[in-house]
Design a protein around this ligand. Structure first.
Ligand code: NDP
Ligand code: 2IT
Length: 443
């Protein structure tokens, strides 16, 4: 049995109850065959794969908080510090009822490779809680965030571990978390990113994941003799990533005809009305039914269905495993040219394989959505310098970082004969950097 098969089999037995984690590891390891076989002895000697598939530590804690009726509620909170070979642990916090150890392990594992691709000094981590933010008052959100930070603060710091947003965590939550950290530690430091602009946040951080997704998509299309101009795009999600992906797609001359939330989706043949979408989701925090009520030609459908709409480019920006084999078949049948992942692992392994076999250009999330964490790292730099860069400066750096990620992928594809398998290219480039740092630092 080769090294990769050996590791996968052991993980499969040990973590049979962690499907998302196993899925993420399989995707990465399966694509590293060539690069590993070139140096198998060195990697085995240093137990590189054993170390890469296990976190440095998992911290879990109880989070008690009082709701508006005076009832005491209990949630679980987590922070997974995966790997700090190339910099302090860095990655978001997710607040969603589905959060569990398997999901956070897959996200922290992926984050380690993503952060490597950014070219910036950040290691990988992820955290969050099974707290449901939907339907909660501002006071309840604040109570939860304060209680969560009362435990979390012990394990983080600007040179140790720097959390940020993810599903269910935006500027409001980061503000409450930051206020509590400052209160407990009596220090004003860049311990979180995605902060508000009046207290150390970076311009363009809010937009960065969506903008970055379009910058790398544009670069990849150009490299394949294509362009975004006049293309029809299907987006899923209607949160932070989706909204700013739509904004940049429109700016670059494409038409976005769908978006979705956890209950349903919108088809808007005239192209999504961005201001209306922002008002419904960012201001009112309402359902997409509110969008359809105002926008006459748009249609609201309950449940899933975004990928049944004919498009040139698909950008899944909601959550993991939202684009399955049947969806991939519909996309291919409808002539889709490219799928670029705004969310983390939105495409299942079977769907990815089907898309690649049918020559659909595919950029995995760890490359395509790296603009968010890259701009978080730029926020950390600005905090350390005690300076704020202009919008133009941050945006230009973000664009360069995304283009460089694609260049790294293409170079790896060329060096290891991977053709247009950008999944393998991204994993290879990311792996080589992290592993070099790990080996240099000893055991
Ligand atoms: P948000 O909470 O802002 O938005 C998430 C969107 O996805 C919402 O529209 C939400 O619907 C929908 N959604 C969430 N869970 C589900 C579900 N189980 N089924 C269907 N729809 C769902 O999160 P983000 O936009 O920040 O994150 C979206 C994805 O992008 C995630 O995979 C995240 O890990 C990834 N990501 C985020 C980055 C960031 O900087 N924020 C950076 C890189 C990746 P509803 O409105 O009903 O809640
Ligand atoms: O998945 C991700 O890259 C994020 N949620 C952003 C993490 C960050 O530290 O900005």
């Amino acid at each position: 049995m080769n090294y990769i098969e050996d590791i996968l089999e052991k993980l499969q037995t040990k973590y049979a109850n962690e499907p998302e984690f196993l899925q993420a590891v399989k995707e990465v390891l399966a694509s590293l065959k060539d690069v590993i076989s070139k140096n198998e002895e060195l990697y085995r000697k240093n137990a590189i794969l054993e170390r890469l598939v296990s976190p440095d530590r998992i911290i879990s804690f109880r989070v008690p908080w009082y709701d508006d009726c005076g009832n005491l509620n209990i949630n679980m909170g987590y922070r997974i510090q995966w790997n700090n070979a190339i910099g302090p642990y860095k990655g978001g916090l997710r607040l969603h009822p589905t959060v569990n150890q398997s999901i956070l392990k897959f996200l922290a594992f992926e984050q380690t490779f993503k952060n490597s691709l950014t070219g910036l000094p950040i290691g990988g981590g992820k955290g969050g809680s099974d707290f449901e933010p939907k339907g909660k008052s501002d006071r309840e959100i604040m109570a939860f965030c304060q209680s969560f930070m009362l435990e979390l603060y012990k394990y983080i710091g600007p040179n140790v571990d720097v959390p940020a947003g993810d599903i269910g965590v935006g500027a409001r939550e980061i503000g409450y978390l930051y206020g509590q950290y400052k209160r407990i530690t009596n220090s004003y430091e860049g311990v979180l990113t995605g902060k508000g602009l009046t207290y150390g946040g970076s311009l363009i951080r809010k937009e960065a994941t969506g903008y970055g997704l379009l910058y790398i998509t544009d670069k990849m299309l150009k490299s394949n003799g294509l362009s975004l101009k006049d293309k029809t795009i299907c987006v899923s999600g209607a949160g932070n990533v989706a909204i700013y992906a739509i904004e940049k797609a429109i700016e670059l001359g494409a038409k976005v005809v769908t978006c979705s939330d956890s209950t349903g989706w919108i088809y808007d043949p005239d192209g999504i009305d961005l201001e209306l979408l922002k008002n419904v989701k960012e201001v009112k925090r309402a359902r997409l039914t509110e969008y359809a009520k105002i926008r006459e030609n748009s249609v609201y459908h309950e449940g899933k269905g975004v990928w049944s709409v004919k498009c040139d480019i698909a950008l899944p920006c909601a959550t993991q495993n939202e684009l399955l084999l049947d969806d991939a078949k519909m996309l291919v049948a409808n002539g889709c040219l490219a799928v670029c992942e705004g969310a983390n692992m939105p495409t299942s392994l079977e769907a990815t394989k089907y898309l690649q076999e049918n020559n659909v250009l595919f950029i995995p999330g760890k490359a395509a959505n790296a603009g968010g964490v890259a701009t978080s790292a730029l926020e950390m730099s600005q905090n350390s310098l005690r300076l704020s860069w202009t919008k133009e400066e941050v945006d230009e750096r973000l664009k360069t970082i995304m283009e460089n990620i694609f260049i790294q992928i293409e170079n790896a594809c060329q060096e290891y004969n991977l053709g247009k398998n950008y999944v393998s290219g991204a994993n290879t480039a990311a792996f080589l950097k992290v592993v070099d740092a790990m080996i240099s630092q000893g055991v």
